[in-house]
Design a protein around this ligand. Sequence first.
Ligand code: SF4
Length: 249
Amino acid sequence: MEFKIIESDAKNILNASKVYKYTINPYTGCTHGCHYCYARFIKRFLNINNDWGIFVRVKVNAPILLAQEIRRKKRGEVWISGVCDPYQPIEEKYELTKKCLEILIDNGWPVYIQTKSPLILRDLKLLKSSPYVDVYLTITTGDDKIRRLFEPDAPPIEDRINTLRLLHKENIRTHIMIAPLLIGAETLVEKTKDFIHSVLIDRMNYHYADWVYRKHKIEWANEESFFRHKGNEIKRLLDDKGIPCELLF
Ligand code: SF4
């Protein structure tokens, strides 16, 4: 697939967030291109006509900006990232996430990384060097056939589980974000119980992927009753194993 890569300078990088104190998005756009992704709203602000998943704006000055902003802003928790996957494939070339993490970790700032990608393992040594790093792997189902319906261009489920295992082995705090909650997510408990610290679960909150449910005749899995039942089932399974779990809906 031909991607549109736009290199440009950002005006700021350490932005206020409702989830943590700050968020950093080294990229705008995400070539994982998940069908349900809410971040596609960002196209409106950038005047970009390409489909979601086809373009990435690379904020090439992100590390320079961060080094400046960190000096004048109050220390706080940083979420990497809110509207892109910071370890999407293009990170391999630009290393903006890595460079931003180096600055945050050097300054002792706490970071919460959220990704679907095993590319995070490239930065294992760096992540291990700080006591203030938490990694969330977003895993929406334990069934790779379901994953392919909703996230065809994101890494396979087994690769994400293996990433959790390897991070945990290196004493990094690992968590799962099951969001949006898809069919087959309950099998994640058995597959990951030995190497996760906590789980967050959220329902499908947007309508972008309604067509996927319709196309595959699984609309029942996009209803309140499914999310309630499945969310509670997973929470019970995790409670039994003493793993903290929060339902966000
Ligand atoms: S990985 Fe995250 S940011 Fe990227 S397309 Fe999927 S949901 Fe959106």
